[in-house]
Ligand binder design. Structure first.
Ligand code: UDP
Length: 331
């Protein structure tokens, strides 16, 4: 009775693995270490280095570990990279994800928690964004996730697959052991903290002419531990025989890029220089979640809703790991 976590060496995946292990679950991690870190996977957790599209490997580890559910994180997740390299995103996220799904179904695994994204909505018509909001992804990353959401829905009808697709807003923060360490780093909070540490001379602020209160883009930042907790609740929902769900995960409160920088200055007590840059292609102006459904159905209640506490946890991790994860463990 194990849970297969794909992408379990990645940022949100590793925090979820940590929590699953803490709760006494048997976990198996599959990650190709393209972007993840071997050191992020807790000691003692069976680890397989490989692609989710490797049918033979997935079938074998399902058999060997008695896998009964899958939490699927493994994906490429940079909006701007997806605009430049769409084929890579469709192959990696949509095609490989589809092969994973097919392999799991053939092996009799019918519970699936999917790491989806608010990028499926594109530029929103209404904010906060409810799950029923039209899905019109504004970039190939969003489309690649939306394709898999569609496939899940079809497989629910055809094969009784039961899934929970979790549409994250902006994951941020850290636990004591696991934090955000991407290469290249494109996310706002890690870049802001790198500037606070003097590792980045200045934070680029992409766009000063968005239709928001200060002209910079607004996002809903959600603590990575709160995201991990939602995955465990989603698993529990499926184990209790719950029907398939699409759920937003966010705090329901938006912060502009300038507000993030100001909060980080207060938290770190550092200067954090910034400079203006043009808008990044594919970036919507304003993304804030209506996450009432997750609260209602899963009893999910974020424990770190304040932006300052989210940044504080990321800052603690950064200070303890100024170079991120050990690089010799990158593969
Ligand atoms: N952003 C920025 N400077 C950076 C990184 C990001 O101004 O160094 C902006 C980005 O354009 C977006 C917001 O901050 O409006 C959040 O970006 P991030 O990459 O963290 O997450 P995304 O919303 O793209 O998933």
């Amino acid at each position: 009775m194990a849970v297969l976590v794909t992408g379990g060496a990645g940022y949100i995946g590793s925090v979820t693995v940590e929590l699953l292990v803490e709760r006494g679950e048997r976990v198996v991690v599959l990650d190709n270490l393209g972007r993840g870190h071997r050191a992020a996977v807790p000691a003692g957790v069976p680890f397989y280095c490989g692609d989710v599209g490797d049918r033979e490997l997935v079938a074998r580890l399902v058999r060997d570990h008695g896998v009964q559910a899958c939490v699927h994180f493994a994906a490429l997740a940079y909006v701007s990279e997806s605009v430049e390299q769409p084929a890579r995103y469709y192959v990696n996220n949509a095609a490989q994800g589809m092969i994973l799904l097919e392999t799991l179904l053939a092996a009799g695994v019918r519970r699936f928690v999917f790491s989806s994204t608010c990028a499926v909505y594109g530029e929103p018509e209404t904010v906060p964004i409810p799950e029923e909001h039209p899905r019109r992804p504004a970039n190939p990353y969003g489309w690649s996730k939306y394709f898999l959401e569609q496939a899940l829905e079809s497989c629910d009808r055809a094969y009784s697959l039961r899934f929970v697709a979790l549409r994250y807003f902006n994951a941020a923060g850290a636990t004591e052991r696991c934090g955000e360490d991407h290469d290249p780093e494109t996310h706002l909070i890690p870049n802001v903290l790198a500037a606070a540490l003097g590792r980045l001379p200045s934070v680029p602020v992409f766009g000063d002419d968005y239709p928001t209160h200060d002209g910079t883009a607004v996002r809903d930042y959600i603590h990575v531990s709160d995201l991990a907790d939602a995955h465990l609740r989603a698993l529990a929902w499926l184990r209790q025989g719950g029907h398939s769900l699409f759920l937003n995960l966010g705090n329901g409160k938006g912060y502009s890029v300038l507000e993030v920088i100001r909060t980080a200055r207060a938290v770190t007590g550092r200067e954090i220089p910034m400079h203006w840059q043009p808008r990044r292609p594919g970036d919507p102006a304003h993304l804030v979640a209506d996450a009432r459904r997750a609260r209602l159905l899963l009893g999910w209640q974020p424990q770190y809703p304040e932006l300052a506490s989210i940044i504080e946890s990321a800052w603690r991790w950064r200070l303890a790991h100024p170079d991120g994860y050990p690089k010799d463990s990158a593969r």
